[in-house]
Design a protein around this ligand. Structure first.
Ligand code: SAM
Length: 524
């Protein structure tokens, strides 16, 4: 944490880095969150509040230039973590929390660690602590509309106050106010941050409006989540309504339209998504439907809708999926519509159905072998040998990571990679007569390579396996678009955690939905 997240991002003050190394952050997170304590993000605590991201705590501590003899006021104790860090850097820390529950827990934690120069108060910190003033430094750990004058007045001359200021719906600016004299203050900014609201007499009111004492005309008031959703959504017209099409025409020029969802959806959602996709295919030339499903399963559907010959694997597609994902009537109706739509079209005009995901290792191996048996039986024998390494794990690939710890399985990775490279090198020979089948085999070979790695690193947990899966999905979409030429256009159906805007998703920065960059800013 100290080297990568703090020093690596420009925190230079050695004392701050040492304090961050000294304070055991896992003692300040909620029970069950210990394993995430050193992740590069804020974490939830009780009363719908957060323990700030380590970098922000370090940045604020550095900006406030805390010195060993300083008397410090912190507003927003939360978990007590930032106060603990400040207590390692300064003489005395008074920290104020408006939620009594949080204040009590923080006080206990600080006492248990022996940080007895830290005093926790319960109350409205926007008023400061006049009885303890003046302070050499003030840290405000929640975002307010302006810097309260009462707090500025409680700074000693030469004292610093660091606080996020701005409208609540967006980002705030991290400000440092330095008291130069009895009447003069200097102000600097330290970039954009995003904090929970400072609620109190000189901050926001509980309902999100400004407190009367602090009203600045012209500034927007804080809106609740339902209000923000209400302002952002556009009702979808009825499918039969002529305005339904017009509503979607704004996406006509997009190369990729991302149709996200949060829960994998209800029947109504599946029907709406199908209707949107039908319109984009019929009216705007989209020919790729790429979904969060495994390649070999989707390939079976693709063969059906584009009326290509089947390779005849014995597996029924989508067997391992629950009905609320792909094995349901709404998807079946859409698949039938695609087949019918394609009926009157030439092969190159037909719309296809593709899977972006990584999981069906077993069917992908079977598909590559079936393809090679047909086009190059000698190569099939070599592939069978190479994939044999994974055979014991095909049914339970999630246990593969443990097996790799033993010498015998370490060689799987190299063999599988070589197999993928061999198929890709033969593109000119293999793809000449049937480019669709080549793309199918190449994608399955890529999937096996990615899945081998995925299951290996999944065993250790963490964000890397998530990113590998998303990278694979992104690259698969890229390969499908490339295979169909520069004017090809795709509709993607996937969970928001894969296609949402990372800035707005509640994910750690390591876990990035990465399909978004492809859509050139016209996402939905
Ligand atoms: N410094 C904290 C830590 O290390 O865990 C994180 C603080 S959290 C981002 C902001 C905290 O400010 C919340 O616990 C919230 O209840 C508190 N808060 C908001 N308005 C406040 C006010 N007027 N007085 C005191 N605390 C307030």
């Amino acid at each position: 944490m100290v080297e990568v997240q703090l020093a690596g991002r420009g925190i230079r003050d050695r004392r701050v880095l040492d304090a961050m190394a000294e304070v055991p952050r896992e003692r300040f997170v909620e029970s069950g969150f210990e394993e995430f304590a050193y992740e590069d993000c804020a974490l939830p605590i009780a009363n719908a509040q957060t323990i700030s991201q380590p970098y922000i705590v370090a940045l604020m501590s550095e900006a406030d230039e805390l010195k060993p003899a300083d008397k410090v006021l912190e507003v927003g104790t939360g978990s007590g973590y930032a106060a603990a860090v400040a207590s390692r850097l300064a003489g005395t820390v008074h920290t104020v929390e408006r939620h009594g529950h949080l204040a009590r827990i923080a006080a206990k934690r600080l006492a248990a660690l022996g940080y007895d120069n830290c005093i926790v108060h319960t109350g409205d910190g926007t008023r400061g602590l006049p009885q303890e003033a003046p302070f050499d430094a003030i840290l405000v750990a929640a975002g307010g509309p302006t810097v309260p004058d009462v707090l500025k007045a409680q700074l000693a001359v030469g004292g610093r106050l660091v606080m996020p200021v701005g409208d609540l719906e967006g980002e705030q600016s991290l400000l440092r106010v330095t008291r130069l004299s009895e009447t003069q203050y200097a102000e600097e900014t330290f970039g954009a941050v995003r904090f929970v609201p400072l609620i109190g007499q000189h901050g926001w009111a509980e309902d999100g409006t400004r407190s009367a004492s602090n009203h600045v005309p012209g500034r927007t008031r804080f809106r609740s989540l339902p209000e923000m959703i209400g302002a952002a959504i556009e009702p979808l017209p009825d499918f039969e309504d002529p305005t339904f099409g017009r509503f979607l025409d704004r996406f006509a020029q997009s190369r990729v339209v991302l149709l996200g969802e949060a829960t994998h959806g209800t029947s109504e959602f599946y029907q709406a998504r199908a209707a949107i996709t039908r319109h984009l295919i019929e009216k705007h030339g989209f020919k790729i439907v790429a979904v969060e499903a495994d390649w070999p399963d989707a390939a079976a559907v693709d063969r059906y809708v584009r009326q290509r010959t089947s390779r005849g694997t014995r597996e029924r597609p989508f067997e391992r999926f629950p009905t609320w994902m792909w094995r349901n009537k709404d998807v079946a109706a859409f698949v039938e519509w695609m087949r019918k739509h394609n009926d009157a079209k030439t092969a190159s005009e037909r719309a296809g159905f593709y899977g972006l995901d990584i999981y069906n290792l077993r069917s992908s191996i079977a598909a590559v072998l079936a393809y090679l048996n047909e086009v190059d039986p000698d190569a099939a024998a070599v592939a069978r040998e190479r994939y044999g390494c994974l055979t014991p794990w095909q049914r339970e690939p999630s246990t593969y990571g443990r097996a790799v710890l033993t010498e015998g399985y370490r060689k799987c990775e190299a063999e599988i990679l070589r197999q993928c490279q061999d198929i890709l090198k033969k593109e000119l020979d293999y793809a000449a007569n049937d480019p669709d089948s080549f793309l199918d085999a190449a994608q399955n070979a890529r999937l096996i390579t990615a899945a081998e790695r995925y299951y290996r690193i999944m065993y250790y947990g963490g964000a890397e396996s998530w990113n590998l899966r998303d990278t694979h999905m992104f690259e698969t979409l890229g390969h499908i678009l490339d295979a169909q030429g520069p004017r090809s256009k795709a509709v993607v159906w996937a969970h928001n955690s894969h296609i949402g805007v990372n800035r707005l998703a509640n994910l750690t920065p390591h876990r990035r939905p990465i399909l978004t960059p492809l859509c050139g800013g016209v996402c939905w």
